[in-house]
Design a protein around this ligand. Structure first.
Ligand code: ADP
Ligand code: MG
Length: 259
C-alpha cells in the first residue's frame, strides 16, 4: 500500500520543491515506485522534472474539480520508477471554485486513493500557503515532512503550521503523522546555521530527521536542467544528502533498502 507524504510549509523558499523532487528521485533510485504530485500552481516541480508547464492541460485540479481521471494525466519522467502528476497555473483558481463543493477538503484524498496502491510512495509538493489545496494535501496524506531553512526566522510560522496539522488531525485526517522536520540549506561555516540546528533540535527533539540537507550549488542548479540532482551529480553533497533522507524514511517505515 502506497504511503502518501505531503511536503508542507506555508513559508516560501524553504526547500519544499527541492525536497519533493530530490527525495522522490532518491526513493525511485532505491527502487521504490514513486509518484510526485505537484500541488503548487507555480509548477516548479513540474518544470524541475523536465515538463513544460505551458504544455500541461490537466493537473490535479481538473481531477479534483472536473472528474478527470488521475491515471490519464500521470507522466513518466527521465528517472525509472518516478512518475509525475503535473501542475499549471489554473490550480490558482481551484481554491475559489472548490469553496462551494461538498467535502471540499477531501477531494484530493478521493482522487489519490485511486492510484496510491500502484506506488510505494506518493509525494505531494504543496504551495507556500495554508489554503484549500494544502488542506486537501494534508487530508490526503499519511504523513507530512516540514522543511525548515537554516536561516533567520527559521521557526517563524511553524506554530501556525503545527496548529493547522492539529486541526486536520481532529477534523479530517485522524491518522496524519509528522514524518519529520527537515533542516535544509545548512551551511557548516555559518554560526547562524548551527544555531538554527541546535534550536530546532532542542524544540522538536526526535521529530527532526537525522539527515540535514546542506546548501549545495548543484541542488540550486538542478531545476534549470529539468532533472533531479542525482541524475547529473550523483556523488555530490546534495544528491548524497537526499539519498540519505530516502534511506532514513524507508528505514523508519520498515522498508529497508540501503544501496
Ligand atoms: P519552496 O518550494 O519551499 O518555495 P524551493 O525548493 O523552491 O523552496 O527552494 C527555494 C530556492 O532555493 C530555489 O531556488 C532552490 O533551487 C534553492 N534551494 C533549495 N534548497 C537548496 C539547497 N539545499 N542548496 C542550495 N539551494 C537550494
Ligand atoms: Mg515550491
Amino acid at each position: 500500500m502506497g504511503k502518501i507524504v505531503a511536503i508542507a510549509n506555508q513559508k516560501g523558499g524553504v526547500g519544499k520543491t527541492t525536497t519533493a523532487m530530490n527525495l522522490a528521485a532518491s526513493l525511485a533510485i532505491l527502487e521504490f515506485k514513486t509518484l510526485v504530485i505537484d500541488a503548487d500552481p507555480q509548477a516548479n516541480t513540474t518544470s524541475g522534472l523536465g515538463q513544460d508547464p505551458k504544455e500541461i492541460d490537466n493537473s490535479i485540479y481538473e481531477c479534483m474539480v472536473d472528474g478527470v481521471e488521475i491515471s490519464s494525466i500521470i507522466r513518466h519522467t527521465e528517472i525509472e520508477n518516478l512518475d509525475l502528476v503535473p501542475s499549471h497555473i489554473d490550480l490558482v483558481g481551484a481554491e475559489v471554485e472548490m469553496i462551494n463543493l461538498e467535502n471540499r477538503e477531501e477531494k484530493m484524498r478521493s482522487v489519490v486513493s485511486k492510484i496510491k496502491d500502484d506506488y510505494d510512495f506518493v509525494i505531494i509538493d504543496c504551495s507556500p500557503s495554508l489554503g484549500l489545496i494544502t488542506i486537501n494535501a494534508l487530508t490526503a496524506a499519511n504523513s507530512v515532512i516540514i522543511p525548515v531553512q537554516c536561516e533567520y526566522f527559521a521557526l517563524e510560522g511553524l506554530g501556525k503550521l503545527l496548529n493547522t496539522i492539529k486541526i486536520i488531525q481532529t477534523r479530517l485526517n485522524i491518522d496524519l503523522e509528522i514524518e519529520g522536520i527537515l533542516l535544509t540549506m545548512y551551511d557548516v561555516r555559518l554560526r547562524l546555521s548551527n544555531q538554527v540546528v541546535d534550536e530546532v533540535k532542542m524544540h522538536f527533539k526526535n521529530m527532526v530527521f537525522n539527515t540535514i540537507i546542506p546548501r549545495n550549488v548543484r541542488l540550486g542548479e538542478s531545476p534549470s536542467f529539468g532533472l533531479p540532482v542525482i541524475a547529473f551529480d550523483a556523488e555530490g553533497k546534495g544528491a548524497v544528502a537526499y539519498l540519505n533522507l530516502a534511506n532514513e524514511i524507508a528505514e523508519r517505515n520498515g522498508l529497508v533498502k540501503v544501496n
